[in-house]
Design a binder for this molecule. Structure first.
Ligand SMILES: *[C@@H]1O[C@H](CO)[C@@H](O)[C@H](O)[C@H]1NC(C)=O
Ligand SMILES: *[C@@H]1O[C@H](CO)[C@@H](O)[C@H](O)[C@H]1NC(C)=O
Ligand SMILES: *[C@@H]1O[C@H](CO)[C@@H](O)[C@H](O)[C@H]1NC(C)=O
Ligand SMILES: *[C@@H]1O[C@H](CO)[C@@H](O)[C@H](O)[C@H]1NC(C)=O
Ligand SMILES: *[C@@H]1O[C@H](CO)[C@@H](O)[C@H](O)[C@H]1NC(C)=O
Ligand SMILES: *[C@@H]1O[C@H](CO)[C@@H](O)[C@H](O)[C@H]1NC(C)=O
Ligand SMILES: *[C@@H]1O[C@H](CO)[C@@H](O)[C@H](O)[C@H]1NC(C)=O
Ligand SMILES: *[C@@H]1O[C@H](CO)[C@@H](O)[C@H](O)[C@H]1NC(C)=O
Ligand SMILES: *[C@@H]1O[C@H](CO)[C@@H](O)[C@H](O)[C@H]1NC(C)=O
Ligand SMILES: *[C@@H]1O[C@H](CO)[C@@H](O)[C@H](O)[C@H]1NC(C)=O
Ligand SMILES: *[C@@H]1O[C@H](CO)[C@@H](O)[C@H](O)[C@H]1NC(C)=O
Ligand SMILES: *[C@@H]1O[C@H](CO)[C@@H](O)[C@H](O)[C@H]1NC(C)=O
Length: 579
């Protein structure tokens, strides 16, 4: 992965309406990080404020300690309570009209609360659109939604497995929450071998006794042994909870001996070894299926434009990537498997490389990362590939330090990543590590990011999350809103959710800002209740994600000609209604 810190641009956003300029850093910047603030010399005012804060904290701490009489047995036994936990996920629960809400208040944030009062009552059908703010037309259908989630890296699985061993009750609760059918993760990404987030260091599935001798190669020592201790157990627990979970596999590097560098880090695939690398990927897919983890898709190489000596990575040209994809498809089909294959798995700014990879016609689509460029470059990509059928997925994006202002970060994710990609046809969106600890660890030595946050922060087994941390975690907030809006109803006799048109009168907007004023971002989805066909279903579950930048605002909504009103509070609302 490569990272971009956007802390510098916070000021730009809070001091005006201009979209912040994203700091564009050279690759070397990631290896030469500035000292974190706590290691920089402190100006006097900070020292003073720090002392004042410590005194205040001590006074408050003593007060609450006395008030609550916390038993001092070495653990903080706070009951595990996650936002909107325990919502029913049967047909009745999934039909429940209401709204999920995240407030714009940074100091007393509502993270993801559910309310079933205040839904929308739709009146009889009318063609009158007078005064209607948002027009939803479920006949104007865009992409089906695969889902929202994050990556189950080696590091994340290790942390979750530690939790399972030390406090199984909390682990079960957390996993139930993560994979809840109503709001939880529907798409996850899993590395093949290590990435830069690996608790056990660097490895591939074929590290030893492998050779390429005069054109003869050996994958004899292929093994997924390194996944058995804690990665597979956690993934199996996920799949058991959510049999319809979409899993995407990605490699950070081919095995070292297949590369010019003879190293997992940097270098590239040896000339002519595309079929061998494809065999490695096919074997990886098969081994995981046999272990109970059936992936729905693979990418060929994580960030193929970024081979670096400091962590597992590899260069791969668009044409080599297309050749690997073709060979992989053939080898998987021989084994009886037909997952989807995606190329690029890289920056928006590399869109023209993605065009080259797609035009070879050997893949099912393109995977994007949010770190470099601008989501509007999907327009350039789409124009250059017009008429070709391909899927789009957002496979990696992460937050560095956003705990200080939850709403600022949430808005940043919404306006730069979520709305502009989803409203341009992206079918799934996955944040990077699902779980990291408070110090943004564990990561490998020389990892490119020392302050990237997991979507969840594991503090200690008996106090799973530090509310101050997770309350500020934009990745979690946006993922849960969009997941709730796009629930796939197949298990209940319905079908998958599709994005549908929602705007002030015009069809299929790119962003939906026209005429909506304060409501600066909207994505709307509809899923059929009766059968998988949205057009013929007698009832539809509508999920509408709306960002309101102003204070409470009443909006009139028309869904297929039936009107109703809803009061959007300031912040992010996901409205669920049945039409
Ligand atoms: C989620 O759906 C699956 C079927 O796809 C079912 O087996 C599981 O029990 C459901 N989970 C809950 C919590 O209802
Ligand atoms: C809804 O969308 C469909 C398909 O694009 C279109 O034919 C129809 O005219 C639209 N309805 C309205 C009321 O705009
Ligand atoms: C919806 O769920 C069904 C059943 O699990 C699955 O086959 C289908 O691919 C899902 N659709 C989407 C778009 O994710
Ligand atoms: C490659 O393997 C074949 C048999 O599998 C053998 O006949 C041939 O000598 C080997 N070539 C090299 C260069 O090792
Ligand atoms: C590599 O593994 C094969 C069995 O798969 C074995 O026959 C061979 O001796 C091993 N080579 C080395 C150098 O250990
Ligand atoms: C792996 O290679 C080692 C030698 O490097 C060999 O002893 C072992 O048998 C091989 N394992 C398999 C499964 O081929
Ligand atoms: C690759 O590296 C391994 C160990 O790091 C070494 O044993 C092997 O000889 C190297 N191979 C080549 C072709 O340099
Ligand atoms: C992706 O961004 C990195 C910098 O973060 C850059 O080095 C690389 O060239 C970019 N890739 C493409 C295809 O633009
Ligand atoms: C890919 O398919 C398009 C049409 O779908 C065709 O025009 C193009 O030549 C194909 N490219 C290759 C490399 O086969
Ligand atoms: C992305 O591009 C769009 C359209 O060109 C522009 O309006 C927006 O400001 C850009 N965003 C960033 C963060 O650069
Ligand atoms: C697990 O954590 C809960 C608090 O969330 C605590 O009540 C319970 O005692 C812990 N269990 C163990 C085995 O530590
Ligand atoms: C479901 O759709 C079928 C036709 O597709 C229809 O016959 C049936 O009555 C519908 N059921 C409900 C409950 O709407």
């Amino acid at each position: 992965m490569s990272y971009r810190s956007y802390s510098e641009s916070k000021h730009a956003l809070s001091s005006g309406n201009a979209t912040p300029e994203l700091p564009k850093r050279a690759a070397s910047d990631y290896q030469r990080r500035p000292k974190p603030w706590w290691r920089r010399p402190a100006p006097l005012i900070w020292t003073f404020l720090l002392v004042a804060a410590v005194v205040a904290a001590a006074v408050l701490g003593a007060y609450y300690g006395i008030k609550n009489r916390v038993p001092n047995d070495g653990h903080q036994h706070k009951p595990l309570k996650l936002p909107s936990m325990g919502l029913a996920t049967d047909a009745e629960g999934m039909r429940e009209a209401g709204s999920f809400y995240t407030s714009s208040d940074s100091y007393k944030p509502k993270v993801f609360s559910w309310s079933d009062d205040g839904g929308v009552d739709l009146d009889a059908t009318t063609s009158d659109l007078n005064g209607v703010d948002i027009v939803v037309n479920t006949s104007a259908v865009a992409q089906p939604m695969d889902g929202f989630g994050a990556a189950f890296t080696d590091s994340s699985c290790w942390l979750l497995f530690q939790l399972k061993q030390s406090n199984a009750t909390n682990y079960e609760a957390v996993m139930d929450y993560f994979f809840n059918n109503r709001t939880g993760f529907s798409s996850i990404r899993v590395p093949i071998g290590s990435s830069d987030y690996s608790a056990q260091g660097i490895y591939t599935f074929a590290d030893t006794n492998a050779t390429i001798t005069g054109g003869n190669s050996s994958l004899a020592n292929f093994t997924i042994q390194d996944t058995r201790a804690y990665i597979l157990p956690v993934l199996q627990d996920a799949v058991n909870r959510r049999p319809d979970l979409k899993i995407m596999l990605s490699t950070w590097t081919p095995p070292a001996w297949m590369k010019t560098s003879n190293n997992t880090n940097g270098g590239q695939l040896l000339y002519g070894q595309e079929p061998l690398y494809a065999e490695y990927l096919a074997k990886s897919y098969q081994a995981l299926v046999r272990a109970g983890v059936t992936a729905t898709s693979l990418t060929i190489q994580n960030e193929p434009t970024r081979g670096t000596e400091t962590y597992p990575s590899s260069w791969l040209s668009a044409s080599s990537e297309a050749a690997v994809a073709a060979s992989l498809r053939t080898q998987l089909a021989t084994m009886g498997y037909h997952p989807k294959i995606f190329v690029h798995d890289d920056n928006f700014s590399g869109w023209s490389r993605a065009v080259d990879a797609i035009k070879a016609n050997t893949s099912d689509g393109v995977a994007w990362h949010c770190y470099n460029g601008n989501a509007s470059q999907l327009d350039d990509f789409n124009a250059a590939t017009a008429g070709m059928s391909h899927e789009a997925h957002l496979t990696e994006c992460t937050t560095t330090d956003d705990s200080d202002n939850q709403w600022w970060s949430t808005k940043y994710w919404l306006s730069n990543f979520l709305f502009p990609t989803i409203n341009r046809g992206v079918r799934s969106f996955m944040a990077w590590n699902i779980v990291l600890d408070k110090k943004s660890k564990p990561y490998i030595e020389n990892a490119p990011c020392e302050n990237c946050q997991g979507a969840f922060t594991l503090t200690s087994p008996n106090n799973f999350m530090d509310p101050a941390m997770w309350a500020g975690n934009a990745q979690f907030i946006v993922t849960y809103h969009f997941a709730a809006a796009t629930a796939n109803l197949t298990r209940l006799g319905g079908g998958a959710a599709y994005r549908v048109a929602a705007d002030a009168g015009t069809q299929m907007p790119s962003l939906g800002t026209a005429g909506l004023g304060c409501l600066s971002g909207i994505s709307t989805f509809a899923a059929p209740w009766n059968g998988t066909n949205l057009a013929t279903s007698s009832q539809k579950r509508i999920g509408m994600v709306v960002q309101n930048d102003c204070s409470r605002r009443t909006a009139m909504i028309s869904v297929d000609g039936r009107r109703g009103t809803f009061k959007f509070s300031s912040g992010l609302t996901t409205l669920i209604l049945n039409a």
